[in-house]
Design a protein around this ligand. Structure first.
Ligand code: ACO
Length: 320
């Protein structure tokens, strides 16, 4: 195989939705603040669903729509920062639930860039002949790692999963992917792992919760994302206008508008579904691709770009 293309898509969200007004009963915030600063109006929050069940549901739909047999899938990667277990990986649990046997399965942690990182790995393994068809999933239940008393974060993060089946092909539709990191920004978004009852090691019990320097991340995103988009465009000899749709990580509507204005292209080309979904970290790009897909025509060119904790970024140029 010399490349891969998208063959199937899936999406899953918890049933329960939580509006901005409902959040304003929990913390000192308002629909006006959240909508004007972020563009988020509502989000799905898990009540019984888990990262694993959402990943399985999205993956099952992607495999069915791909029309590939489960035997044909030999690689499963889940991008997540909110796995239910570190062992086994979420990818192994998805493979088990779907009856995918003998696939290489692992999880990737690159926060909101995770889906693009996972796609880059699938692309490399398919192009080198190690894998043939890949199931790549972004899945999060961030509501379990949010401090529901911190209005700076709890109004932003939410739950969901998106899945893509990539088929190895003779014609390459995933043109170019760049990923990177800026570890000097490591403290700008953090989520510690849960504390353990150490017998020997002295360590305070940690209750995991996302902490974020919103302004710092905003400034990182609005400078790094346009640069990485320009890098992918230049490798493929495309102009920003040649791209039909931009799918940015759904963190903040204002970030997307700033990137559009930097690239001097219409804001209308930036697909947004964060008004209904909030920031679902690694799940946001495949969920947005799923929601955009009814509007896509064969041959459309797309850019997807994730950015987040690490600090990390990942941008890909591909054809529908
Ligand atoms: N409701 C009401 N007021 C609030 C809220 C809230 N929910 N949250 C903060 N405020 C207040 C602050 O306390 C502050 O008040 P003060 O001026 O009295 O001190 C004021 O609003 C302004 O706060 P800022 O943090 O400066 O608000 P800002 O305009 O920067 O918006 C936001 C904050 C939305 C978080 C923005 O900075 C942002 O989107 N940053 C990027 C986040 C991002 O992209 N993350 C992606 C990666 S996520 C990942 O990797 C898991």
């Amino acid at each position: 195989m010399i490349g891969m293309r998208i063959k199937g898509l899936g999406k899953a969200v918890p049933k329960r939705t939580v509006s901005n007004d409902e959040l304003s009963q929990l913390v000192d915030t308002s629909d006006e603040w959240i909508t004007s600063r972020t563009g988020i109006r509502s989000r799905h929050i898990a009540t019984t669903e888990t990262t694993t069940t959402l990943a399985i549901e999205a993956a099952r739909e992607a495999v069915v729509t791909s029309e590939l047999s489960k035997e044909a899938i030999d690689l499963v990667i889940v991008a997540t920062v909110s796995p239910d277990t570190m062992m086994p990986s979420t990818a192994c649990k998805v493979a088990e639930a779907l009856g995918i046997e003998k696939a290489t399965c692992f999880d990737v942690t690159a926060a909101c860039s995770g889906f693009v990182y996972a796609t880059q790995l699938a692309d490399s393994l398919i192009k080198t002949g190690i894998a043939h068809n890949a199931l790549v999933i972004g899945a999060e239940v961030l509501s379990k790692v949010v401090d529901w008393k911190d209005r700076g974060t709890c109004v932003l993060f939410a739950d969901g999963a998106g899945a893509v089946v990539y088929e190895g092909t003779e014609d390459n539709k995933i043109y170019h992917i760049v990923t990177g990191s800026r570890p000097d920004g490591a403290e700008q978004i953090t989520l510690e792992t849960a504390g353990f009852d150490h017998t020997f090691y002295e360590r305070e019990e940690v209750k995991p919760a996302i902490k974020m320097d919103g302004k710092g991340v905003y400034s990182f995103a609005t400078t790094t994302v346009p640069r990485s988009i320009e890098e992918v465009l230049s490798v493929a000899s495309y102009s920003a206008d040649d791209v039909d749709w931009y799918i940015l990580h759904q963190a903040n509507s204002r970030i997307m508008d700033r990137v559009a204005s930097h690239l001097k292209i219409s804001k209308e080309k930036f697909f947004k579904n964060l008004d209904e979904h909030g920031n679902t970290s690694a799940a946001s790009i495949p969920m947005a691709l799923y929601d955009l897909s009814p509007k896509l025509k064969a041959g459309d060119k797309l850019i997807a770009s994730g950015f987040g904790a690490g600090l990390t970024w990942g941008t890909m140029l591909f054809e529908w």
